[in-house]
Design a protein around this ligand. Sequence first.
Ligand SMILES: C[S@@+](CC[C@H](N)C(=O)[O-])C[C@H]1O[C@@H](n2cnc3c(N)ncnc32)[C@H](O)[C@@H]1O
Length: 175
Amino acid sequence: MINYEKEYQNSRNVCGEPFPEIVEFFENYDDECATVLDSGCGQGRDALFIARKGHSVLGVDTAQTGIEQMLEEAESENLAVDGVIADITNYEAPDLYNIVVIDSVLHMLQNDEIRNAVLEKSSNAVCKAGFILIADTPKHKSLICDYFKSVPKVWKIIKNEKNFFFAHKIALVKS
Ligand SMILES: C[S@@+](CC[C@H](N)C(=O)[O-])C[C@H]1O[C@@H](n2cnc3c(N)ncnc32)[C@H](O)[C@@H]1O
């Protein structure tokens, strides 16, 4: 497993530019000043891009260097980005968010039980009419689909492609 803390110490741009699918979502997102939780934000490639669009982002990651680099860049551009060094498997988000992003993180978690727990935690952190945007390797695609299909009255799947799964929260409770 890659040690991202070390990677970030060696390079400022480990993950490259945001994926076109994430960019496209935000190009078409009409609301201003959304609140966004970026779980496993790394060096903030998504968080910084999203904040440049005028939104407020809270990034969470275990890699201290990634969080520090993200905050340094955000400060230099006066962007609304906050950062917390924490493990997303037990981190309690302080609020509900318009959008939760989990980009290239789920495959790093230890097992499916933990992945499901993180999906539940993350989806509970989305406010009504909000969105969850997940990017990952295809390996865990069926686990992600199964999780959201198990609550069809809560989530409407809006993108279901090889590496991307986006859903819209249409109700708050499972019923
Ligand atoms: C491939 S990088 C992706 C970073 C960022 N989401 C992006 O797309 O640029 C994976 C990130 O997940 C973080 N990560 C892995 N497991 C984590 C956990 N349990 N809690 C918080 N962050 C975690 C790593 O530290 C790393 O920064």
